[in-house]
Design a protein around this ligand. Structure first.
Ligand code: FAD
Length: 451
C-alpha cells in the first residue's frame, strides 16, 4: 500500500481518489472548500436538485472508503499556509492535482475594475453560496451584458431572468464576438430561457449581421435549425419579460463608470467574421457601438491558477509533451525549466484542461488519470509510511482548521435538518464560520447525548 495525495475534491479528484483507494492505496484528499464536490456543489445550477443530490450521494460513498481520508478547508498554494513543498515533505508516492480552473481570464479592458463587473465563475460561486463569494457584493441592475455564448452564460442568464430573488432585471443582452452560428449552448439549456428571447429584436439583429456572416458562407435563414431550434420548436412563443436580446459580432472594448464607480456604459468593437482553420474567427474593425448597461458578467472560460505552484504556461499547468500523438490526453506534470517530468505528479479534470465539459467528462478524466497513477505506483519507491493523523496535525500546526469526513457527515445532518425546518429541498450555509460552528455544535450535542 502506497500513499497518494489528491489535491482538490471536485468530481475529477474524488473519482480519481476512489479508483486509487479501491486499488488498495491510502489516499489523502486535501480540498480548499469545506465541502467536497467542487463545481458539482458550487457550479451546477441551483435548481438542478436531482442531479446535485445524486452527486452528493456518490461523493459520500467515495468518502466512506476507510483508506480514504478527507481534509477540507485546506487551500494549497504558493501563497497559502500549505504549499506543495509542504506536501512533498511527507514523501507521498504520488500527488494528483484536481483543483479545477480557479484563475480568471482577464478581459484586459480599460475600466474593468468598475463596480458591477463580474467574472462568471465568481458570480456562479456567489449564487451557489460558496464562501467567501456568497457574502460579497454581486448586485445586479436593470440592464445586464453577459459576455459569451456557452452553457455557463445561459445558467447566469437564467438566474438573472428567473431565479434571483433580488433581481431588478429588465433586459439581459448577450454580447458575442462572433455570430449566431457560433452559439455554443445546448438546446436543452437554452430552452429554460427561450421564452424571454425578444424574437422581434432577434430578427432585427440577424438582419444587422446577415451580410457580414454571409462573407464566410453562412446563410442567416438557417440559424434556427443550426443553433436556435427554440425558434422552430416554439414558433408562437409570446415574450415573457424580462427580455433577452443578442448583440453579435461585438467585442467589449471599454467599460465606462458613472460617478458612483459602477459601470453605466459598455463600448464594443464591431467585428467581421473571417475564415480560420476550417472554422471562423472574429476580426475587429474601427467601428464601435455603445451599450447602456449597469452590470456586466463575462463568461469567457476560466484559466488555471498560477498561484497553486505547479509549473504553468499560458495554456495552464504544463504536462509532458507528446509530439507523436498531440491529441492524446497527458496527465504527467512537466517542468519546462528543468525539461523533465515531475515524477509521480499528475493533473486531472479541469486542472488538466480548463473548462472542459460536464461532470461525466471530469469523472472519466479523473479515472483515466488514476489508472496512469496506479501504473506508476507499481514501480514507484515505497516511501516512508504516511500517517493521516500526522498530516492533519501538521496542517493544523500551520493554523489551518481542518475539516474531516466525519465533520462533513455531521454538517450534512445539520443542513438536512435546516432544510426540513425551512421547507427547502436542500440548505447550505454560506460562510465558513457558520459551517465550522455547526460542526462543533453537532459534536458537542453528540457528546452530551452520549454522557
Ligand atoms: C456554471 C457551471 C455550471 C455547470 N453545470 C453543469 C451541469 O449542469 N451538469 C454537468 O454535468 N456539469 C456542469 N458543469 C461542469 C462541471 O461542474 C465540471 O465538469 C466539473 O465540476 C469539473 O470537475 P473538476 O473536479 O475538474 O473541478 P472542480 O469541480 O472545479 O473541483 C475543483 C476542486 O478543487 C478544490 N481546489 C481548488 N483550488 C484548490 C487549492 N489551491 N487547494 C486545494 N483545493 C483546491 C476546490 O475546492 C474544488 O473542490 C458546470 C460548470 C460550471 C462552471
Amino acid at each position: 500500500m502506497k500513499t497518494v495525495f489528491v489535491v482538490g475534491a471536485g468530481p475529477a479528484g474524488l473519482f480519481a481518489a476512489q479508483k486509487m483507494a479501491q486499488a488498495g492505496h491510502q489516499v489523502i484528499v486535501l480540498n480548499r472548500d469545506i465541502k467536497p464536490g467542487g463545481l458539482a456543489e458550487y457550479g451546477i445550477y441551483p435548481v438542478k436538485d436531482k442531479m446535485k443530490i445524486g452527486l452528493r450521494k456518490q461523493f459520500a460513498k467515495v468518502l466512506s472508503l476507510s483508506n480514504l481520508h478527507y481534509f477540507g478547508h485546506v487551500p494549497v498554494g504558493s501563497e497559502s499556509a500549505v504549499t506543495i513543498d509542504d506536501l512533498r515533505q511527507f514523501s507521498p508516492a504520488a500527488m494528483v492535482f484536481s483543483v479545477g480552473a480557479q484563475g480568471t481570464k482577464s478581459l484586459g479592458l480599460p475600466g474593468e475594475n468598475a463596480k458591477g463587473v463580474y467574472s462568471a465563475k465568481d458570480f456562479v460561486y456567489y449564487y451557489n453560496q460558496l464562501p467567501p463569494f456568497a457574502s460579497r457584493d454581486f448586485s445586479t441592475g436593470k440592464r445586464i451584458a453577459v459576455i459569451g455564448m456557452g452553457n455557463v452564460a445561459v445558467d447566469i442568464i437564467r438566474w438573472l431572468l428567473q431565479d434571483d430573488p433580488n433581481r431588478q432585471t429588465e433586459e439581459v443582452v448577450i454580447v458575442a464576438r462572433r455570430g449566431p452560428f457560433e452559439a455554443k449552448f445546448d438546446e436543452k439549456e437554452f430552452a429554460h430561457v427561450q421564452m424571454h428571447l425578444d424574437r422581434q429584436l432577434f430578427q432585427q439583429e440577424l438582419e444587422r449581421v446577415k451580410d457580414k456572416i454571409a462573407a464566410v458562407g453562412q446563410d442567416i435563414s438557417k440559424v434556427a435549425e443550426a443553433t436556435f431550434p427554440a425558434l422552430v420548436k416554439y414558433p408562437d412563443q409570446e415574450l415573457v419579460m424580462p427580455r433577452l436580446t443578442f448583440r453579435f459580432l461585438s467585442s467589449p472594448k471599454e467599460i465606462h463608470a458613472g460617478p458612483d464607480g459602477r459601470i453605466n456604459r459598455l463600448t464594443v468593437t464591431e467585428n467581421l467574421l473571417v475564415p480560420k482553420n476550417g472554422g471562423t474567427a472574429s476580426k475587429g474593425t474601427d467601428q464601435t457601438a455603445d451599450l447602456d448597461v449597469d452590470t456586466m458578467i463575462f463568461a469567457i472560460g476560466d484559466v488555471h491558477d498560477p498561484k497553486l505552484g505547479l509549473p504553468c504556461s499560458r495554456d495552464g499547468y504544463t504536462t509532458r509533451p507528446n509530439p507523436e500523438d498531440p491529441k492524446a490526453p497527458v496527465f504527467e506534470v512537466f517542468d519546462p525549466k528543468k525539461n523533465e517530468v515531475e515524477p509521480g505528479v499528475y493533473v486531472v479534470g479541469w486542472a488538466r484542461r480548463a473548462s472542459d465539459g460536464l461532470v461525466g467528462i471530469a469523472r472519466h478524466d479523473g479515472e483515466v488519470g488514476a489508472e496512469k497513477v496506479l501504473h506508476y505506483l507499481e514501480s514507484a519507491p515505497e516511501g516512508a509510511p504516511v500517517s493521516p493523523q500526522a498530516v492533519q496535525r501538521r496542517l493544523e500546526s500551520k493554523g489551518v482548521k481542518v475539516v474531516t469526513k466525519e465533520d462533513i457527515a455531521l454538517l450534512g445532518k445539520v443542513e438536512e435538518r435546516e432544510a426540513q425546518k425551512r421547507g427547502l429541498v436542500s440548505f447550505k450555509f454560506s460562510d465558513d464560520e457558520s459551517m465550522l460552528n455547526a460542526i462543533e455544535k453537532e459534536k458537542s450535542n453528540a457528546c452530551v447525548s452520549a454522557d
